[in-house]
Design a protein around this ligand. Structure first.
Ligand code: FAD
Length: 620
């Protein structure tokens, strides 16, 4: 019971995906977490996905992870963001029932073969001779394993702030991991502080929805998992939109002298893209109003989450600012908003496998690597769990490339550039986003996930059937020739008004912007086409974007020439003639694993890369 192959510490979003992935990959895995009741707990907004984040969720799913399936079991309002834009930036977002989400994750953890859960606070890691050997709990139990994945979230030396009051805490109502944080600070890691925050929660019965704009979910309703279906979704509800006003902003400005952020009580840097309402009022002083998304926390609770007014102002100011919002005049707060500061580790201390460079077999994932968000945490967890299992099986680590997955972009950004503020995913971070779409995450990752042992038979069969259906439909359309004036061309013109001027295949016809798959398949002789919307979507996108995707593929090939050229871990950058002292220092700090990673270090020049290549050739 006390000896395993992989130990995962922390049952949040990173920890559960890590434990599930390690177990799926074949390692005897133990999940140690503070409380079994909080497995899969959403610390902040009960929502999954969004721009960039939805892409990560689909990738986790394509690799056999849990997040998308849990979202399908819990999503109570669904939207396709950027629906009018190109498929590369379209993103799925689900408002989740907090309790249903947590229950779905716990169910998957409890039923995963190879995985044991034990409720305990970990106070220390066992490290001997530069290798991790296990973990020690608060009650003195010593668990052994050759690989450990740490995913402690916001709990390491967590400190909660409400106004000028503050106290130790991991998140509201939960104890922090103080001893573990202390022990890690004594270790060979670069530690700093970040902060994040959350809004007060409100009794939804005390709001006047008649003065707010209703925001029902989108139809057709998106589905997250490649194995999911709409039938799994629970009852659907609407969200609502309200607005702050000048009076709200006045109240906030009046409370700034008691704000922990503006009085200097908080040192950690907060998420730039998810600022508190006091931050928004100060930074965008000319804006008379900010949106507040009024989002239900679940089907069986009266609590709502007012998205957009995250705050750590004193409670009296919180109450006044909430009540100044139209529709919130009689609002009753059920939980105060707060900010939390916590320890994180400089992710440049990690390899792309998420193993720490300082301690063999020790992996870090999630918020402790400087990221923010459930999706970013879960994606890292899956990767770290997989690589922990591969480590104990003495297999090569795996990490996706930047042109293969958002997960590759996330990890490469972190380990190459580090971060000084909470890092969140955006589509703009991916240079190859035409390839990295939500809709083709299975095509990009399920085959490799199968090879890695992450993908179960049911998922593999589903993907194989879909891939065969896409290929068959493409072949069918490729084999139909449409000649000007011919019977098919006349049928096409009658149905769509489009008269082809030269001979081509039915597949070629779809390159025309005014002709989509559904219209083409409705033409007698060209249809009836496939029923499966996901197959039809892939056929259509494959044709419409073929030119762009091909150009991007050529660019990737050009970049890849040296991308995978490995740099030895003991490379002596200090002794490299012609390289500036600044670049020597940067290279020595990052210790890039490949030339590709070295290229992305800020300030790196083509001349410096040439020097590296020459020096590498000399070593051989
Ligand atoms: P967590 O979800 O924090 O999970 C950590 C787990 O580790 C917990 O189960 C904990 O009990 C366990 N644990 C910790 N230490 C130990 C130990 N020593 N022994 C055993 N178990 C341990 N994200 C956004 O995208 N937008 C936001 O606006 C946002 N606001 C947030 C506001 C607050 C107040 C908080 C707390 C978080 C917020 N987040 C936000 C972040 C989001 O919650 C995290 O990014 C996400 O939960 C990180 O996942 P994780 O698995 O790394 O850590």
């Amino acid at each position: 019971m006390l000896s395993h192959e992989v130990i995962v510490i922390g049952g949040g979003h990173a920890g559960t995906e890590a434990a599930l992935a390690a177990a799926r990959a074949g390692a005897r895995t133990l999940l140690l977490t503070h409380s079994i009741e909080t497995i899969g707990q959403m610390s902040c907004n009960p929502a999954i996905g969004g721009i960039g984040k939805g892409h990560l969720v689909r990738e986790i799913d394509a690799l056999g992870g849990a997040m998308a399936m849990a979202a399908d079991a819990a999503g109570i309002q669904w939207r396709t963001l950027n629906a009018s834009k190109g498929p590369a930036v379209r993103a799925t977002r689900a408002q989740a029932d907090r309790a249903l989400y947590k229950a779905a994750i716990r169910r998957m953890v409890e039923h995963q073969p190879n995985l044991t859960v034990f409720q305990a606070a970990v106070d220390d890691l066992v490290i001997e001779g530069g290798r991790v050997r296990g973990a020690i709990t608060q009650s003195g139990l010593r668990f052994e394993a050759a690989a450990v994945v740490l995913t402690a979230g916001t709990f390491l030396a967590g400190r909660i702030h409400v106004g000028l009051q503050n106290h130790p805490g991991g998140r509201a109502g939960e104890a922090p991991a103080t001893t573990l944080a202390q022990r890690l600070r004594e270790g060979p890691f670069v530690v700093d502080r970040l902060k994040t925050g959350t809004p007060p929660r409100i009794d939804g019965r005390t709001l006047d929805y008649s003065v707010m704009a209703e925001q029902p979910g989108d139809e057709p309703r998106p589905v997250f998992s490649f194995l999911g279906s709409r039938e799994q979704h629970p009852r659907q509800v609407s969200c609502w939109i309200a607005h702050t006003n000048e009076r709200t902003h006045e109240i906030i400005r009046g409370g700034l002298d008691r704000s922990p952020m503006y009085s200097g009580a908080i040192e950690g840097v907060g998420p730039r893209y998810c600022p508190s309402i006091e931050d928004k009022v100060v930074r965008f002083a000319d804006k008379a109003s900010h949106q507040v998304f009024v989002e239900p926390e679940g089907l069986d609770t009266i609590e709502i989450y007012p998205n957009g007014i995250s705050t750590s102002l004193p409670f009296d100011v919180q109450l006044a600012l909430v009540r100044s919002i139209r529709g919130f005049g009689n609002a009753v707060i059920t939980r105060p908003g707060y900010a939390i500061e916590y320890d994180y580790f400089d992710p440049r201390g990690l390899n792309a496998s998420l193993e720490t460079k300082a301690v063999e077999g020790l992996f870090f994932a999630g918020q402790i690597n400087g990221t923010t968000g459930y999706e970013e945490a879960a994606a890292q967890g899956l990767l770290a769990g997989l690589n922990a299992a591969r480590h104990v099986m003495q297999r090569e680590p795996w990490s996706p490339r930047r042109d293969q997955a958002y997960l590759g972009v996330l990890v490469d950004d972190l380990v190459t550039h580090g971060t000084t503020e909470p890092y969140r995913m955006f589509t703009s971070r991916a240079e190859y986003r035409l390839q990295l779409r939500e809709d083709n995450a299975d095509e990009r990752l399920t085959p490799v996930g199968r090879e890695l042992g992450l993908v179960c038979d049911a998922r593999w069969d589903a993907w194989s059937r879909k891939a065969a259906a896409i290929a068959a439909e493409r072949a069918r359309l490729q084999a139909i020739w449409v000649a000007p004036g011919g019977a098919l061309a006349q049928a096409l013109e009658a149905a769509t008004g489009i008269a082809p001027s030269r001979e081509g295949t039915a597949l070629d016809l779809m390159k025309r912007p005014e002709l989509d798959y559904a219209a083409l398949a409705a033409v007698p002789g060209l249809g009836p086409g496939v029923d499966d919307a996901a197959v039809a979507e892939q056929v259509e996108i494959g044709v419409k974007y073929a030119g762009y995707v091909e150009r991007q593929r050529e660019e990737i090939e050009r970049q890849r020439r040296h991308e995978d050229t490995r740099l030895p871990a003991d490379f002596d950058y200090a002794g490299l003639p012609g390289l500036s002292a600044e670049l020597q220092a940067k290279l020595a700090q990052v210790r890039p694993e490949t030339i590709g990673q070295a290229q992305r270090i800020p300030g790196m020049t083509p001349a410096a890369i040439s020097l590296l290549l020459v020096a590498l050739a000399r070593r051989k």
